[in-house]
Design a protein. Sequence first.
Length: 401
Amino acid sequence: MKNIIILGSTGSIGRKTLRVIGDFPAEFNVVGLACRSNVELLAEQTRRFRPEVIAVADKNKFGQLKQLISDLRVSSSSGAGVRILAGEEGLAEMSGYDKAQMVVLAMVGSSGLLPLLSALEHGKEIALANKETLVMAGELIVRKAEEKGIRILPLDSEHSAIFQCLNVHANGFLPPKKKVDSQQEVKRIILTGSGGPLVNLKSSDFSAVSPQQALNHPRWKMGSKISIDSATFMNKGFEVIEARWLFNIDIDRIEIVIHPEAIIHSMVEFIDGSIIAQMGVTDMYLPIQYALSYPRRFFSKLASLDFSQLKQFSFSSPDLDRFPCLGLAYQAARTGGTMPVVLNAANEELVGYFLDNKIKFTDIPRIIEKLMASHSARHGVAIGDILEVDKWARQEVRKFC
Ligand code: NDP
Ligand code: MG
């Protein structure tokens, strides 16, 4: 029985993780749940899964949460009943909860960074959806995980695919006994992307794209921030950086291929020219289940892929002119140091402004580019410097907007 904490349990990934856990009650047990402010759903999840500790990041919601579960015995210290924590410090404390073996990082944006570092510090196994943390502080996170002997298990479908391709290469279908040396044996990683909702839009129509239009992803139902990132292609850019850190591979050996059917979730080409691809139905249930069950595989309730229904597989290259965010992400990744921190922070702020109808869709790459041009990247930095650059970039964005 694996004891699991989910940070961001009320979101799209968090809810699906709870579905997987609910389907395997003999394998997984929820010990902790956390959200930002949706205490109604957190209370409902608490009733269903009976965690020992819950947390809400928004301190103003603490009283309401306590009220909502007042009939379940609430304890203020770890003991019987449900313990309720609040604020950033509450989340960091929860990440180190002694009874948990695994922390699922399903929060969105930079807010997941400190809880992730706390979970690593406490030696927890990590299942990571919150890719922004790797964009901001990949080097630091990977170093800390190595120090602690922890493997970060990807939840992102593309990275789960790459992880599975590498595992198959290492040891056939058995759990891998060794890690593949990506620098030596991998020629390139081919990250697939469905193209998002605007893949066929004319250049001249981009400035008039509305939030509703950009949120309307053709293949995946996701939270609003990642949906906009998918529409701008920043999500693919982030995934390149995510792959760079998770699999220790140079940026220039990571390629993107548009595959609208979203059946091949990514591929690895080895130095002899062999390509291994991972396929499956388009449902995050699958990569989430694999991360939770790794290195084992469990029988899944998902319907099998029906090849007779797949009329074609198509592939094309991404268009960097219409989707400049992708080029900016490659540029930030190549520069390294604190440049991806600027990329991430500016993007997060701008996506918020766009969703509030305060800026145009095309302002997102335009302003990120300006900010990156005005930043001199610092290398080999500590967490304090990362947080400082993150704050600076957000303040600059506010000036522009
Ligand atoms: P959602 O917006 O649906 O959910 C975000 C979750 O994080 C919610 O539970 C939210 O709580 C919580 N949260 C947000 N801010 C804070 C905070 N400051 N402190 C504590 N909790 C917070 O996002 P998704 O589930 O779509 O995405 C989560 C992450 O997974 C993102 O990084 C995304 O890029 C990544 N991802 C998502 C995929 C998907 O299919 N959705 C696929 C691959 C990766 P509340 O509900 O209270 O606001
Ligand atoms: Mg993805």
